[in-house]
Design a binder for this molecule. Sequence first.
Ligand SMILES: *[C@@H]1O[C@H](CO)[C@@H](O)[C@H](O)[C@H]1NC(C)=O
Ligand SMILES: *[C@@H]1O[C@H](CO)[C@@H](O)[C@H](O)[C@H]1NC(C)=O
Ligand SMILES: *[C@@H]1O[C@H](CO)[C@@H](O)[C@H](O)[C@H]1NC(C)=O
Ligand SMILES: *[C@@H]1O[C@H](CO)[C@@H](O)[C@H](O)[C@H]1NC(C)=O
Ligand SMILES: *[C@@H]1O[C@H](CO)[C@@H](O)[C@H](O)[C@H]1NC(C)=O
Ligand SMILES: *[C@@H]1O[C@H](CO)[C@@H](O)[C@H](O)[C@H]1NC(C)=O
Ligand SMILES: *[C@@H]1O[C@H](CO)[C@@H](O)[C@H](O)[C@H]1NC(C)=O
Ligand SMILES: *[C@@H]1O[C@H](CO)[C@@H](O)[C@H](O)[C@H]1NC(C)=O
Ligand SMILES: *[C@@H]1O[C@H](CO)[C@@H](O)[C@H](O)[C@H]1NC(C)=O
Length: 448
Amino acid sequence: MLLFFLSLFLSSSPLLTLSLNQEGLYLQRAKQGLSVPNNFLSSWDNSRDDTPCHWHGITCDSANRVISIDLSQSQLSGPFPLFFCRLQYLTSLSLQDNFINSTLPDQVSTCQSLTELNLSSNWIVGKFPDSLSQLKNLKHLDLSANNFSGGIPPSFGHFASLETLYLMANLLDGTISGALGNISTLKELLLAFNPFSPGPIPSELGNLTNLEYLWLSDCNRVGPIPESLTRLPKLNNLDLSLNRLTGPIPSSITELRSIEQIELYNNSLSGELPVKWHNMTTLLRLDASTNELTGTIPPELCELQLESLNLFENRLEGTLPESISGSINLKELKLFNNKLSGHLPSQLGTNSALQVLDVSYNQFSGEIPEGLCSNGSLEDLVLINNSFSGQIPESLGKCQSLRRVRLKHNLLSGTVPEKFWGLPYVSLFELVDNSFTGQISKLVSGAI
Ligand SMILES: *[C@@H]1O[C@H](CO)[C@@H](O)[C@H](O)[C@H]1NC(C)=O
Ligand SMILES: *[C@@H]1O[C@H](CO)[C@@H](O)[C@H](O)[C@H]1NC(C)=O
Ligand SMILES: *[C@@H]1O[C@H](CO)[C@@H](O)[C@H](O)[C@H]1NC(C)=O
Ligand SMILES: *[C@@H]1O[C@H](CO)[C@@H](O)[C@H](O)[C@H]1NC(C)=O
Ligand SMILES: *[C@@H]1O[C@H](CO)[C@@H](O)[C@H](O)[C@H]1NC(C)=O
Ligand SMILES: *[C@@H]1O[C@H](CO)[C@@H](O)[C@H](O)[C@H]1NC(C)=O
Ligand SMILES: *[C@@H]1O[C@H](CO)[C@@H](O)[C@H](O)[C@H]1NC(C)=O
Ligand SMILES: *[C@@H]1O[C@H](CO)[C@@H](O)[C@H](O)[C@H]1NC(C)=O
Ligand SMILES: *[C@@H]1O[C@H](CO)[C@@H](O)[C@H](O)[C@H]1NC(C)=O
């Protein structure tokens, strides 16, 4: 009896450090439940240590309490190690990129101090436990790239501190609960690449006033883009691509003050592009390609600080507004497969580091703008199937950055600049079906 009390006293007393403390013992129990490659966690076997604070992957606070475990990319396999949840001060648990399998147990909610839980890239299956949202301190939850199935349960509306929720690339096949709109602390909601059951984008997401990132790409979303999303004051990155969204792009999308990226490609959006864009100071990347948009490209849109504008594969008509040449950050402009016409803006490329210009399969006419490669950055010049006429500008012959020059099926004439053939990186010249004169056919065979 005396011996029993003595040993209890010894092992729980922080003053006497004759044996491994309780936290170390819990960690060893956790390790026993896992399959660990040879010697990888050998430091965890050292029974002469009194604390685990120097073990691989462990961080302690000044009172020698374990506050963080980082065993990412360690080839661990086996079920989620619940013994970690016995560590009362554990705030960060990172097990990403391992082979943690089976389901995430309900008792994960006993990890009460966690502010960060990263289980991305593992082999976890089954539904999310409702108890997850009982982790009141949790700010960052990453369960992406696993095999979770089911939906996002209404219980997720109870998360009290959650700022980032990453659930991308799972096998989630249920519904997306509108209760997510209740997590007022949320800044990043990334649900992309899941085969959810077809349904609308929950309009409740418009209640997430702190939201900066919303990724719903390839989530089987149908129906309209909720107006409520356009009232999110901090939204920076909106990705709704690869769904089956219909109806117009809400005109109020122009009021998103913090927006830098809008991805709407590969949907069935119709109607016209919004006109009254708020004069934002941030750079904008906009991709609404592969939809059913009609009408013209609004000059107001082209006046923004655009970095890329992709509107290909729509039914747009009219001209490309001259104002786009003032967009000094424009790198990429892809407008192919529309019904656009008229001349390209004469100053296009003179004010920005333009890299990609693809306006093929339209009805553009007139000359190729002289300054497309003013910045020396143009890599892809694709003007196939239009009615461009006149000569290829001499300046393009000096455009060392060019990689692909595809001008076939136009009305171009004159001689091809001699220097064209000496450009160092060009891997593709397509010049056929124009009215060039001179010795082209002798200079190159086949490739043009
Ligand atoms: C989980 O991993 C462990 C350890 O490698 C293995 O023994 C077990 O069979 C796996 N379980 C499942 C369901 O794959
Ligand atoms: C996860 O899902 C993929 C795709 O369905 C499947 O190939 C893989 O075997 C699954 N892995 C586990 C551990 O369930
Ligand atoms: C989880 O870990 C991965 C890989 O290191 C990282 O890319 C991701 O940002 C982490 N998640 C969170 C929420 O910090
Ligand atoms: C919404 O959040 C509040 C505060 O966290 C909570 O009391 C309430 O139960 C939640 N409602 C839903 C529907 O999740
Ligand atoms: C959240 O959004 C829905 C739909 O947009 C709305 O009906 C509801 O009142 C909002 N709830 C809160 C708490 O703001
Ligand atoms: C987008 O849609 C086009 C046309 O339907 C298709 O060819 C393309 O593969 C789609 N893109 C992706 C990334 O699925
Ligand atoms: C937009 O803002 C820029 C810089 O703040 C300014 O130069 C430009 O005149 C403004 N345009 C409009 C239409 O208000
Ligand atoms: C190319 O554009 C970049 C960014 O717009 C600018 O910093 C750089 O000075 C330009 N270079 C030339 C040669 O015009
Ligand atoms: C491209 O132009 C050629 C020649 O004018 C024409 O035969 C062809 O049908 C056009 N292709 C498309 C997809 O418009």
